[in-house]
Design a protein around this ligand. Structure first.
Ligand SMILES: *[C@@H]1O[C@H](CO)[C@@H](O)[C@H](O)[C@H]1NC(C)=O
Ligand SMILES: *[C@@H]1O[C@H](CO)[C@@H](O)[C@H](O)[C@H]1NC(C)=O
Ligand SMILES: *[C@@H]1O[C@H](CO)[C@@H](O)[C@H](O)[C@H]1NC(C)=O
Ligand SMILES: *[C@@H]1O[C@H](CO)[C@@H](O)[C@H](O)[C@H]1NC(C)=O
Ligand SMILES: *[C@@H]1O[C@H](CO)[C@@H](O)[C@H](O)[C@H]1NC(C)=O
Ligand SMILES: *[C@@H]1O[C@H](CO)[C@@H](O)[C@H](O)[C@H]1NC(C)=O
Ligand SMILES: *[C@@H]1O[C@H](CO)[C@@H](O)[C@H](O)[C@H]1NC(C)=O
Ligand SMILES: *[C@@H]1O[C@H](CO)[C@@H](O)[C@H](O)[C@H]1NC(C)=O
Ligand SMILES: *[C@@H]1O[C@H](CO)[C@@H](O)[C@H](O)[C@H]1NC(C)=O
Length: 410
């Protein structure tokens, strides 16, 4: 249990000390050619559509033969953008995009009308060697979409993300704030070597599907030193993802850090080598979560959750192989995503519900090689004890409270 105390001190230090970033700092190299959006007729009054000016500034940046061409979005202005794709490949592989101003999405749905690529407010596509950094903010102004969702209008099912990094490699995302996305705030897909750090992502806890960062079909991704509090998962990891490091994150409100959901509609999921550490969950509905649908295939394996502190979390540790997202008619099936080699280590704090550890695994494809050590989760209301729920989970345990009888002693 001593290591739990050490983790406690570590986490206290994390929550008070300034963040340290050890990732690449491409922008420390002096930019040798600057393309300021104001020089491309951006107005920056928050009402004029500046999409074309940004597109033109990007064209020049991307086409520049200098070593570190920089697209600059200066502070003191608010730029209204509509769906905008920054497309590569570009001439330099040391591109900088410096965002110190504010970028906002449209205020009403008619302005959000989509022509062509509508995945995100801003999409970086097919770019290699890019650093997007600064103290700027990107406000998706998503509340109109959330209202529309609540009224269940079909038009709003495909709400856009705020920032998408697609089909790109070696991209750094640093320092920025994201607020009120129509859907997920940052989406990383079909990309490799992505380093995100020092981000602040916020949306109201009741806003639908506003995940902080969603990773899909990507490898070698690091997310660190960030505060995320939204209406859905702080970070979610979808199929095709491997070698993902997540560290030093304050998460809440929200649904926790989730692997999944995986296996929906028979999907053949492949997720492995996920490492999550130094996370504080603050009043989230879940903490360390793995969620898969009945009827899926494939695997989620070699996953580590460690050095985690939960403050009044509903379900601090959960594997749910019966994930159904509140839908009707989710039948039990014989196939399931195989969950194995999952380590939980050094996790402490409180749970707001009695069942602090829940392993609801498939009848036919049990969870195997679950390993737990140095876990102490007590009740956040101070009365009553926490307990665990176990179905078809196998593995080993060291010092663990609440007791998890389905795991064997080490
Ligand atoms: C890109 O740069 C080349 C010269 O380096 C120029 O000929 C071409 O017109 C530029 N294209 C655009 C779209 O700016
Ligand atoms: C949407 O916003 C635009 C520009 O702000 C405005 O011209 C238009 O009338 C608005 N439409 C609706 C339906 O509110
Ligand atoms: C984090 O980003 C903010 C700007 O959003 C900046 O002021 C601060 O210096 C950054 N911290 C580190 C450690 O890079
Ligand atoms: C991931 O990183 C490792 C080590 O740096 C490297 O060997 C591997 O090729 C990378 N994979 C991808 C898909 O980028
Ligand atoms: C993830 O962490 C491991 C172990 O510290 C390290 O070797 C690897 O390079 C990291 N990957 C990324 C993408 O940061
Ligand atoms: C599926 O199986 C689980 C575990 O045996 C059980 O709790 C649940 O009620 C079943 N669901 C359906 C729809 O049969
Ligand atoms: C589980 O992890 C161990 C050691 O980390 C590794 O040797 C083994 O291959 C892993 N099992 C699977 C199914 O990946
Ligand atoms: C189970 O996981 C532990 C730790 O992750 C690893 O050392 C061990 O080799 C794994 N066993 C199997 C059978 O995969
Ligand atoms: C699930 O994966 C583990 C580890 O690779 C393996 O031992 C087990 O047989 C698999 N289960 C099924 C039902 O395939």
């Amino acid at each position: 249990m001593e290591s739990i105390l050490i983790a406690s001190l570590l986490l206290l230090m994390i929550s008070t000390a300034p963040f340290s970033t050890q990732s690449l700092h491409l922008h420390l190299y002096a930019p040798d050619q600057i393309f300021d959006v104001l020089n491309y007729h951006a107005v920056g009054d928050g009402w004029t559509d500046d999409t074309q000016a940004f597109r033109d500034a990007w064209e020049s940046t991307c086409n520049s033969s200098s070593v570190t061409p920089t697209m600059r979005i200066p502070s003191g202005f608010t730029f209204l953008l509509k769906y905008l794709t920054f497309k590569g490949p570009c001439k330099s592989n040391n591109l900088l995009v410096e965002i110190n101003g504010i970028i906002v999405g449209p205020r009403n749905l008619s302005e959000w009308e989509c022509r062509g690529d509508c995945e995100g407010l801003i999409v970086f596509n097919n770019v290699e060697g890019l650093s997007i950094f600064g103290s700027g903010m990107i406000d998706g102004q998503g509340s109109i979409w959330w209202e529309c969702r609540k009224q269940q209008r079909n038009a709003c099912e495909r709400a856009p993300a705020t920032l998408v990094i697609r089909d790109s490699t070696n991209v750094q995302l640093e320092g920025l704030s994201f607020v009120n996305s129509p859907r997920m705030h940052v989406k990383i897909e079909e990309s490799t070597m992505i380093y995100a750090s020092n981000l602040t992502i916020t949306a109201p806890d009741e806003s639908p599907n506003t995940d902080g960062i969603h990773i899909q079909d990507s490898q070698n991704v690091s997310i660190r030193d960030s505060h995320i509090g939204t209406g859905d998962d702080c970070i979610s990891i979808g199929t095709g993802s491997s070698y993902i490091n997540i560290s030093t994150i304050a998460c809440g409100p929200g649904h926790g850090i989730s692997i999944g959901s995986l296996g929906r509609g028979g999907e053949d999921a492949k997720v492995e080598h996920i490492h999550v550490e130094n996370v504080v969950f603050i009043r989230t509905s879940n903490g360390a979560r793995i969620k898969t649908w009945q009827g899926g295939k494939g695997y989620a394996r070699n996953i580590v959750f460690e050095k985690i502190y939960s403050i009044s979390v509903d379900r601090p540790i959960i594997i749910d192989q019966y994930y159904c997202n509140g839908e009707k008619h989710c039948l039990n099936q014989t196939s399931a995503v195989n969950v194995s080699n999952v380590t939980y280590q050094n996790i402490f704090g409180t749970s707001s519900k009695e069942v602090a550890v829940k392993f609801a695994c498939s009848e036919t494809v049990a969870c195997s090689n679950i390993s737990m050590d140095d876990i102490l989760i007590s009740s956040s209301n101070g009365v009553g004890e926490t307990s665990s729920y176990c179905l078809n989970a196998k593995g080993t345990k060291g010092e663990v409270f609440p007791m998890v009888p389905c795991l064997e002693n080490e």
